[in-house]
Structures are given as structure tokens and as C-alpha cells.
Write a protein that binds this ligand. Sequence first.
Ligand code: NAD
Length: 281
Amino acid sequence: MILIDGKKVAAELREELKHEVTGLKAKYNKVPGLTVILIGDLTPSQIYVRNKEKSANEVGLKSEVIKYPDSVEEKTVLEKIEELNKDETVSGILVQLPLPKHIDKQKVIETIIPSKDVDGFHPMNVGNLSSGYESSVPCTPLGCYLLIKKVEPNLNGKKAVIVGRSNLNGKPMTQLLLKENCTVTITHSKTKDLKAECLEADIIVAAVGIPELVKGDWVRKDTIVIDVGINKTDKGIVGDVDFDEVSKKAKALTPVPGGVGPMTIACLLKNTIECFKRSQI
Ligand code: NAD
């Protein structure tokens, strides 16, 4: 079984990006800039943002975090986004989710100009991705895609089963694999026989939020399994895949932690650099 080392692949990607930033600095005499807006004091969000800032600095991006208290008015946040949209030193804007209830998430997402939408959540980027045009791609599915390609560079004709249909993970994952000529089945909470669907798969991507849902007898010995889940349980953090069972069966599997997670941040940096490059044309 191949244990897909997301930490290692993410470190390699960051190294590549660092070189790329050095080249961009030499060419344009400026570096890509990432601005993150953090609202409130949720501990996981603070940790994510701190890690994003640290990684951005490591690869040589200009990074900035703008913090607001939970009580901030929606109007203040939207005005700040409008200001950042016009700021030439800002290549990418990310508003850390979740947001306090009084702030409309969709309004925030749609206020970010699509060319700086490093999360790939703006409807324009969602549409471009599904139409096969250039777009920012949500960071987690992009990370999954890069991990799959490490194990199997040619995905032509492969059967992929995506478990979970969220806008964040399942749906963009589907589009990325369709582009690679996979035959993609997207499954969800109303799917009748999930095990039978998974047994058909050359590739399974599980993004559900249910601890250890995908079992050993759901996979074949030639299946590549990508586990997006991050679930807090009594035995610690586990994924959506039963690691002990599936690791004895599958061709390749990502661990949790240390699989998809590290790729998400590396892909955010990649997206910021892509936004910068597109803005220089
Ligand atoms: P979500 O709650 O938005 O979507 C879950 C999806 O799973 C839904 O489409 C639902 O239909 C489907 N689902 C629910 N029960 C099901 C069942 N029994 N069988 C099949 N499908 C079922 O979740 P999300 O935002 O996509 O996140 C999924 C998981 O990924 C969570 O554990 C989350 O913490 C994790 N996550 C990890 C990263 C990372 O960087 N590794 C990033 C984002 C999310």
C-alpha cells in the first residue's frame, strides 16, 4: 500500500513556489500579496490563519491578516473587501470561514473580485471551473487532485467516486476529475448503496464529515483513496475513511492528519501566485 505523504508533497510544492516567487520578484520587482480577513476569535480559525500567514511568508509572499471582532458590522467587512479589490499590492483575498451569523457569507464571497478570489468560491470561478475555463480552484480539492496525480499521472477513463457533494469539496473535485477524463459519480447522504458505488471506483475521494465511514470492504486492491475528513473523536482526529481497515486493502491512501490537510494551505499559496501572474498580463 502506498501511504500518500501529503506533508512531503506539500513541502515540495512550497519549495517550487518559493523559486517561482523569486523569479517573479526578479521579473516584476514585486511579489504576490495575500490578504486574509479573520473575524471573531474561534480557535480553529485563528490556527488556520496563523498557519496560512506563516506558509505565505516562507515562500516569500507579502502577507497581511486583517482582524475584526465578532461584533463587526457586515458593511465594514464589505467596504474593506472593496478597498482590497482596488489595491494593486493585493493579489489574493481570503475571508476565513465560518462567519458570525449576522454576516451573509454569500454576499462576502460575491464581493471579492473573481480575479482575487483565491478560495475559488465566487460563482464566476465556480462557473468557469465547470465550463473548463481558467479559474481559481478551491484549495482542498486542488490539493486532492495533485495527490491523486502523484500516484496515477494518467487518469484517462478511470472511474472516480466522490463521497459528499459540498460546494467546498465534492462538487469542485468532480469538475477537476472530469477534466482529466475520469468517469465521475458523485454520491451523498441520499445515495442508496454507497458501498456498491465505492466498490466500482478506481479512485475514491471522501469528503463527508463522518468518522471512518468508508470501510475496508468498500474498496478494491487497486483503489486510490483520498480522505478529506477531519473529525474530532474520543480517539483523536480521524478522517472519513477507516484507516486501519482501508490501509490493508487499497492501492494508496492519504493519512489523517498529514494527507490532504497540508496540501490545502500549499494550494492557497499556489492560487495566490496564479492570481498575481494573471494580473500581470
Ligand atoms: P459538508 O458538511 O459541507 O458536506 C458533507 C457532504 O457529505 C454533503 O454533501 C452530504 O450530502 C454528504 N453526506 C453526509 N452524510 C453522508 C452519508 N452518510 N453518505 C454519503 N454522503 C454523506 O462538509 P465539507 O465542508 O465538504 O467537509 C467534509 C469533511 O472534510 C469534514 O470532515 C471537514 O472537516 C473536512 N475538511 C477538510 C479539509 C482539509 O483541508 N483536509 C478542508 C475542508 C473540509
